[in-house]
Design a protein around this ligand. Structure first.
Ligand code: FES
Length: 194
């Protein structure tokens, strides 16, 4: 899995660098991690050779996980989460907005090679649903309006806000932070000092 990911990151160089207008987001994602690249068959064969395993062993892993792209993606690879929490918060409204705005369906790339849209399973940002990952960046708490604005800014090369798009920070719900706001009570599960 790490070798497949390294290949994908190496083949991510053609993809767009997303400019963050919030320093925290920029710090969290200093450079490409591989979300927009892809893994060609030749690379899978090389990995099998390196590991001393069969081609099929590598194919099985590369085809099981959607995190590995087996075809070239657009400069901006939009991975839209449509798992239950995102779905009930409007993921398909976001998907239809993207499809309409870009003139493609999920699974397709725009004719100019700028955008690919892929439906994926949970990306772990459920509390800030609905959300998309673009290359290596998360964009959360999306509305149809903020989605269109995001697409236009990405295409224009304008800085974009990474993370929640509704003014919240981190993984807060719509009411802001309501739990885990006091210092943790002891005893801790282990004494780190010791
Ligand atoms: S359900 Fe969408 S991020 Fe978890």
């Amino acid at each position: 899995m790490p070798l497949l990911w390294i290949v994908q990151a190496q083949l991510d160089r053609a993809h767009a660098t997303i400019k963050a207008d919030n320093p925290r987001g920029a710090m969290a994602f200093p450079k490409s991690q591989g979300g927009g690249g892809w893994v060609p068959l030749a690379a899978m064969h090389k990995i099998a050779e390196r590991l001393g395993c069969s081609h099929m062993d590598v194919y099985e892993v590369a085809t099981f996980f959607t995190m590995y792209n087996r075809e070239k993606r657009g400069r901006f690879h939009i991975m839209l989460c449509a798992t239950t929490p995102c779905m009930v918060c409007g993921a398909y409204d976001i998907m239809h907005t993207i499809e309409k705005h870009l003139g493609i369906k999920a699974g397709e790339t725009t004719a100019d090679g700028e955008f690919t849209l892929t439906e994926v399973e949970c990306l772990g940002a459920c509390v800030n649903a609905p959300m998309v990952q673009v290359n290596d960046m998360f964009f959360e708490n999306l509305t149809t309006e903020s989605t269109v604005q995001l697409l236009d800014n990405l295409k224009a090369g304008n800085p974009v806000k990474i993370g929640p798009q509704n003014g919240l920070t981190n993984s807060e719900g719509p009411m802001g932070r309501t739990s885990l706001i006091e210092p943790p009570l002891g005893p801790q599960c282990r004494d780190l000092g010791a």
